[in-house]
Design a protein around this ligand. Sequence first.
Ligand SMILES: *Cc1c(COP(=O)(O)O)cnc(C)c1O
Length: 360
Amino acid sequence: MERVFNFSAGPSMLPLEVLEQAQKEFVCYGSSGMSVMEMSHRSKVFEGILEKAQADLRDLMHIPDNYKILFLQGGGSTQFAMIPLNLMNKNNKADYVVTGQWAKKAAEEAARYGKVNIVASSADTTFDRIPELDESKFDKHADYFYITLNNTIYGTRWTKLPNVGDVPLVGDMSSSILSEEIDITKFGLLFAGAQKNLGPAGVTVVIIREDLLGNAMDFTPTMLKYDIHAKNNSLYNTPPTYGIYFMGRVFEWVKAQGGVAALQKRNEEKAALLYDFLDSSAFFRGTVQKKDRSLMNVPFVLPTEELNAKFIKEAGEKGFVNLKGHRTVGGMRASIYNAMPREGVEALVAFMKQFEAENK
Ligand SMILES: *Cc1c(COP(=O)(O)O)cnc(C)c1O
């Protein structure tokens, strides 16, 4: 069977070259005589895999030495609890900007452990934008300030970081890590689940500034303490070994593409193909404000529910799959992460043009 163009929001497409390389190495990794899945996480070979992955990510994102890179489990959603448990430790309060479902979930989870100040929200317009920020609403004594850099469900992204002064900025970059350059030194903590841009579900990357380690709330479970994982270099217990290996191969792939800046350029071009078409069409329509459009997730709608359903069905038959929008938004969403080739987006736009001509 032919591979399809998979526009899934997550888990999503992975680079074909990496899948093929992993297939070759599946049974025997290097000269180890075994699969990565069969290896002790305390073995020299696995330690090499883990350390190479950390070093490559450090390189790709220009992460300074005073930040630790952790490979954890529990997905992005476990970070919603780990962040307050570990960081809400001075004044027991934090600022949140609610730009979608993931930010809302993060804020709700944090509210179980301390005081959450919702600085701004775009819920009133179904999260079609990044809301304007009124800096007078920022709490100077907040333990951190939380944002979701790319809003996977609604298709918006922060193009300019908030000015938070000395308050540590915490960012969820699950659906945009390695897709565009970011100044990590502006953050106290940045995290991403792997299954959108990095690899298979199961690993979560946390990049944390060292001064934020070590002050978790007393009742924090050991496995949810950043400092435990930092002290043990993500080997406190058995980490998701195969996921770490695979992610490491993706990091090498990103390097081979020319790094994050080169991918950003490619992603901007890919996204422009779709947005330019949406803007020129009197039939298809993008659903978010232009200034805040995501490079990774592109939601759009047709004039009626019937047409949306017809489009999704016919697209699927042509090998463009997983285009159905999130259940809270409806319509369509094309997720075009790093691994989606330009040809996939070009072919989708050609199909949209054809659909418009036949159905308008
Ligand atoms: C997918 C996603 C999450 C949730 O990740 P899980 O690994 O499923 O817990 C959180 N935040 C963002 C922005 C996401 O896209």
